[in-house]
Structures are given as structure tokens and as C-alpha cells.
Design a protein around this ligand. Structure first.
Ligand SMILES: NC(=O)c1ccc[n+]([C@@H]2O[C@H](COP(=O)([O-])OP(=O)(O)OC[C@H]3O[C@@H](n4cnc5c(N)ncnc54)[C@H](O)[C@@H]3O)[C@@H](O)[C@H]2O)c1
Ligand SMILES: [Zn+2]
Length: 403
């Protein structure tokens, strides 16, 4: 078991006794039991472990052993793999499992998997007996830096994504960075796009640091292909990866602490709304391609570019800043081809976005890297939106040569 002192620990400070910590590091899953023991209620005896077959096959035994080692009675239930199973029907099956297992109000749920598992298990925990405690053990980059922190849980309905849900904060989050070793490349790219987003809207240092790490990764990959001896891979980079994830979680925690429930009236640069940067066009791209071409984060990558282009065309953002954003998105990884998509179709689709208020889209734009501004649809001419979408979809997907 890794020692507690080997993990990075990020506090999420909330009112009403809902504060918790995110524990991050290589091998952190071995501490899942101890963390759940500290985070769940003192009387907790049982833990319902929710995962999917792929993730459970890779990490289930480790997670269950850690939980049993801390004295919990553990039973697991596996949802089918995939976003299309993030539904009320699947949540209902999870709830049935909780009942059959005899889970009581003082017991806990552990979500082991990506954002799909985390959102569904968190939602089931939120409504079971009107709320039982739960612990997130995220295993994708996106879930480690974004979805596991902040307490948004939910499922999709026929009408759209995440339309039913609850705010239900976890009692603890355990991020084992070793799990990223088995993650497919595209899932990493998707996660890095969200990481670039988080830096871009709120924290220039986080943006630069993330970009620098990605540039190092890209260089490392080139050196490996070129047969060079890569000294800096291994432990050093692993530690920096954990530090970047911790910094990303700390950023998300700061935003969540300041606007836990994403108040409708708030649209300042510190509101939770700014996390939607890149998501207006991103969601539209996902919708017009039937949710088949892009991973969510990949679509957000293009969405960030489009919002950056709008920001520059409105005179909010300097070209050099936009160029830096383009570089960061390119470093996140190769995005699927998008040049064939029609900008007008995408523009029509984005009007249907759930984040619209009073029938109008609110754009999250950039004043600089690290500073966002929420702007009403009326202030962004349609031709600017169109030109920006076109420019973003055509952005070369290859890495800048100097990175
Ligand atoms: N609650 C929030 O605040 C929030 C924020 C952002 C996204 N989300 C939600 O998160 C979901 C997307 O999450 P995601 O990107 O993690 O996708 P995901 O959960 O679908 O996981 C991606 C794929 O990777 C597999 N996988 C997971 N961990 C693995 C590992 N360590 N090794 C190998 N394979 C692994 C999964 O089985 C899946 O096939 C969406 O439903 C989205 O709505 C929620
Ligand atoms: Zn997202």
C-alpha cells in the first residue's frame, strides 16, 4: 500500500460539512479503503462498488481488496459500458442492487470508472434513501480533473444529455494516476482538451503548466519513435502528471467552492458557468455528428478554438493569445477530422444547447488566457459565429514544429 504521505491532497472547501479531499498519486487505489473509512459515516458497514466490466476487470480486485482491508462488506454491480447506458433505467437497476445488498443510509457507494460511471453512481447515491454518501475513484483523465470533483451527478434522457440529475458532493475522491496507463489515446486527448479549457478560463499559470507538460509528452513520444534514450519519462514525469492533475483539481475545487450550484444569475469570471468554455460549439458538434464521431472532450477541443476565434473577432482576445490556445489544443492530441462539417448546421444546433437561459445562448469567451467573460448571444453577430466555427474546424491538427 502506498503511504498517505506519497499522495497529493487537494481540499474542496464547501459549507455545511460537505468539504472533502481529493487524494492523488500513483497507486492511490490501494488507499481507497482508508480514504473511504475516513470519508464515509462512522457507522458505515457496507460499500456498494459500482463500475463497468472493462474498468472492473482492470482495477476492481484492487479496489475491492482495499475496501475490504478497511473492514467494509463489499458487493459490486457493473453497468454496461458506454454513454448510452447513462440512463434512468440503468440508475434504476443500480438502485435495485443497493436494496438487494441491504445498503443502509449510513453505508456508502464507491464509483470506480470514468465520468459515465461516476455520474450514474453518484446520481443513484443521491436519490437512494434520499441520499447516501459516496466516494469517487475516477479512472479516466477527464473524470480525474473534472467530473469527479464538484458534485454534479446525473443521467441522460431521450431529450438530451445530463437532463436529469442532482447536486450530490462525494465524501472523498481517490485519483490513482496509474489507471491512466491503460486508457486509450483518444480518451487521454479528450481529457487534455478539458484540462486546456480549465487553464484557459481561469488560471494562466495552470494553462502554461499544462501546455508545458504536454509539450514534454509530445517530445518524449517523438524521441521514442526516433529511438532516442528517454531519460525523463518514468518516475519524474509521473510525478509531474500527478502534480498537474492536482493543480487541475484545485482549480475546479476553487470554482465549485465559489458557486457550488451554478447559480443562474451569476456570470462573472469566477462563476461555475465559465467551465462551459468550448462547450456551446462542442455540444453542437457532438449533436450534428450523432454523438458518434467525437469523444466529448475532443468536441470541446474544437469548441475552445471556436470560442477563442469569436473572442478575437470581437476584439476581446489578442491574436498571440489565440495562437497559444491553438498550440495547447494541438498538443492535447490529434482531433478527429471536422473540416467537412457545415458551419451553418452547427450554428443552428448550438441554439438548442441546454445551457441557454431565457431562450438565448450565453457565450463563454476569453479576455486573455486565464480570464473568461460571459457574453450574451445578442452581442455576438451571427456572421462572427459562423466565421469562427469555420476557422476552428479548419485549424491544422498537427503540432507546431517548435513544441
Ligand atoms: N459531473 C460532471 O461534472 C461532469 C463533467 C464532465 C463530464 N461529465 C460526464 O462524464 C462522462 C464522460 O466521462 P469520461 O470521459 O470519463 O468517459 P467514460 O466514462 O465513458 O470512459 C471512457 C471509456 O474509457 C473506459 N475506461 C475508463 N477508465 C479506464 C481505464 N483506466 N483504462 C481503460 N479504459 C478505461 C470506459 O470504460 C469507457 O469506455 C459524460 O457522461 C459526461 O457527461 C460529467
Ligand atoms: Zn466537458
Amino acid at each position: 500500500m502506498v503511504d498517505e504521505s506519497e499522495l497529493l491532497s487537494v481540499p474542496v472547501r464547501l459549507g455545511g460539512g460537505r468539504s472533502y479531499r481529493v487524494e492523488i498519486g500513483a497507486g492511490a487505489l490501494s488507499r481507497l479503503g482508508a480514504v473511504a473509512r475516513a470519508g464515509l459515516r462512522r457507522e458505515a458497514r457496507k460499500v456498494a462498488l459500482v463500475s463497468n466490466p472493462r474498468v472492473f476487470g482492470l482495477y476492481g480486485a484492487r479496489a475491492a481488496a482495499a475496501l475490504r482491508g478497511a473492514g467494509f462488506e463489499v458487493a459490486h454491480w457493473l453497468m454496461p459500458e458506454g454513454e448510452r447506458f447513462k440512463t434512468l433505467r440503468t440508475a434504476g437497476r443500480a438502485l435495485d442492487f443497493f436494496s438487494e445488498f441491504g445498503l443502509e443510509r449510513s453505508d456508502g457507494v464507491v464509483a470506480l470508472g470514468g465520468g459515465v460511471v461516476g455520474d450514474l453512481a453518484g446520481f443513484a447515491a443521491a436519490v437512494y434513501l434520499r441520499g447516501v454518501s459516496f466516494v469517487q475513484a475516477p479512472t479516466t483523465l477527464l473524470s480525474q480533473i473534472d467530473s469527479s470533483v464538484g458534485g454534479k451527478t446525473g443521467v441522460n434522457t431521450g431529450a438530451g444529455k445530463n437532463l436529469v440529475g442532482a447536486f450530490h458532493q462525494p465524501s472523498a475522491v481517490v485519483v490513482d494516476t496509474d489507471t491512466l496507463g491503460t486508457l486509450p489515446r483518444r480518451e487521454l486527448t479528450a481529457g487534455w482538451c478539458e484540462a486546456v479549457k480549465q487553464g484557459a478560463v481561469g488560471d494562466r499559470r495552470l494553462f502554461e503548466r499544462t501546455k508545458k507538460f504536454l509539450a514534454g509528452e509530445a517530445r518524449g513520444a517523438r524521441d521514442v519513435r526516433g529511438g532516442a534514450n528517454v531519460k525523463e519519462s518514468g518516475a519524474g514525469r509521473g510525478e509531474e502528471l500527478a502534480r498537474i492533475i492536482a493543480a487541475q483539481c484545485a482549480f475546479k475545487a476553487r470554482i465549485v467552492a465559489g458557486d457550488e450550484r451554478e447559480e443562474l444569475a451569476r456570470d462573472d469570471a469566477r462563476s461555475r458557468k465559465v467551465l462551459n468554455f468550448g462547450h456551446t460549439v462542442g455540444h453542437a458538434l457532438e449533436a450534428v455528428t450523432g454523438y458518434r464521431r467525437f469523444r466529448h472532450g475532443e468536441a470541446v477541443g474544437y469548441g475552445c478554438l471556436a470560442a477563442g476565434e469569436i473572442s478575437r473577432r470581437l476584439g476581446l482576445l489578442d491574436e498571440s493569445e489565440l495562437e497559444s490556445l491553438r498550440g495547447a489544443v494541438a498538443l492535447a492530441g490529434r482531433l478527429p477530422e471536422a473540416g467537412d462539417l457545415d458551419a451553418e448546421t452547427i450554428r443552428r444546433a448550438l441554439r438548442k444547447d441546454k445551457k441557454a437561459v431565457g431562450g438565448s445562448v450565453r457565450w463563454v469567451l476569453l479576455e486573455s488566457l486565464g480570464r473568461a467573460r460571459v457574453v450574451d448571444e445578442g452581442e455576438v453577430p451571427g456572421r462572427v459565429v459562423l466565421a469562427s466555427i469555420r476557422a476552428a474546424l479548419r485549424t491544422p491538427r498537427t503540432l507546431p514544429s517548435d513544441s
